[in-house]
Design a binder for this molecule. Structure first.
Ligand SMILES: Nc1ncnc2c1ncn2[C@@H]1O[C@H](COP(=O)(O)OP(=O)(O)OP(=O)(O)O)[C@@H](O)[C@H]1O
Ligand SMILES: O=P(O)(O)OC[C@H]1O[C@H](OP(=O)(O)OP(=O)(O)O)[C@H](O)[C@@H]1O
Ligand SMILES: [Mg+2]
Length: 285
């Protein structure tokens, strides 16, 4: 029987969250320490642990069917690889930064300047589009140190919290792109493995929807029910059950995490009491 082959980062920022999402999909991986390849015991899945930067080539060659990878790496090295799902973790930007004490005059600042980067294709495409001519200095890590040691005038690298820029006396001046971890798919995936991917993707979507939602239970006096229900989206509509004490009801609903506090404030204002909020493990619609 065919197995779906997935690449995930061997170690580094994406490794833990990638394994966690597979686990939440109910997939158990028989993992020996330092193994580069492992099998799932309860899903036809083979896991390859690879270097982040190597994954686009594995996808292009069809050596793996799918991968969990930073979108920024696909943009740099795998333009024609499809994204099946955005996974919502490892959010970051790829940005240009210069020394804090320099006056930034717009993109033309970078004309005839040296830019240190680990993302040469991304920055070169960007500069070409904008008609700017700079010299690139390609380095694989610790890019932010380059201006301080006289290697470059600016950098193009990943920015998340901004603390690495801050510690190195740099300031972000342009954002080239925003990125998050994605599920990428090889164009060479077989029809059989595409079926397995559909099955896995259905599970991933249920996990992601659960992560993005909360289950809310509250008590409400019956004369305020209508107003309270109007605030709640629910999956179809909220569940309303009578309480043992007359004149009161219990209301259950699912709300998006992104609007959580706004909805809770409104519910309180409309007369909801004893509001309980629970995490949702999975949501199958
Ligand atoms: N500071 C950060 N905050 C959030 N996400 C980040 C951050 N740095 C990197 N990422 C995202 O995580 C991915 C993996 O980053 P990591 O630093 O672990 O890999 P790497 O050093 O490029 O890879 P490897 O050593 O495996 O080749 C990046 O491609 C990017 O999408
Ligand atoms: O804005 P921040 O939250 O500070 O994150 C940005 C830093 O994180 C990444 O480096 P990482 O720690 O992965 O080291 P690396 O350069 O060796 O990959 C990235 O290359 C930046 O240097
Ligand atoms: Mg890194």
């Amino acid at each position: 029987m065919s197995k779906l082959r997935i690449a995930i980062q061997k170690s580094g920022r994406l490794n833990e969250d990638s394994l966690a999402i597979l686990k939440e999909c109910g997939i158990s991986i028989d993992n020996g320490k330092d193994q580069l390849k492992a099998n799932a015991s309860n899903f036809p899945l083979e896991v390859f642990y690879l270097r982040n930067g190597d994954i686009p080539q594995y996808l292009k060659d069809g050596v793996v069917d799918i991968a969990i990878i930073g979108e920024n790496v696909l943009i740099e090295k795998g333009q024609d690889i499809a994204i099946a799902e955005r996974l919502g973790f490892s959010k970051c930007k790829v940005s240009l930064a210069i020394p804090k004490n320099q006056k930034y005059t717009g993109l033309s600042y970078f004309n005839d300047k040296r830019i240190a980067t680990s993302y040469p294709n991304t920055i070169q495409n960007y500069l070409d589009q904008k008609g700017i001519k700079s010299q690139l200095h390609i380095i694989n890590g610790s890019v932010e140190i380059a201006p301080n040691i006289g290697l470059a005038d600016g950098i193009c690298d990943i920015v998340s919290s901004g603390s690495t820029l801050f510690k190195n006396n740099l300031k972000e001046v342009e954002v080239l792109l925003t990125s998050e971890a994605v599920l990428a798919v090889s164009a060479k995936i077989s029809a059989e493995n595409q079926q397995l991917l559909n099955k896995l993707q259905f599970r991933i979507q249920s996990v992601l929807k659960g992560r993005n939602s909360k289950y809310v239970l509250l008590n409400a006096p019956n004369d305020k029910l209508e107003q309270i229900i109007a605030v709640l989206p629910g999956m179809k509509s909220p569940t309303v059950l009578p309480l043992a004490v007359s004149g009161w009801s219990s209301v259950h609903s699912v709300i998006p995490k992104s609007q959580f506090w706004e909805i809770i404030d409104e519910l309180k204002e409309k007369g909801a009491e004893s509001i309980l909020v629970c995490p949702i493990e999975k949501m199958v619609l």
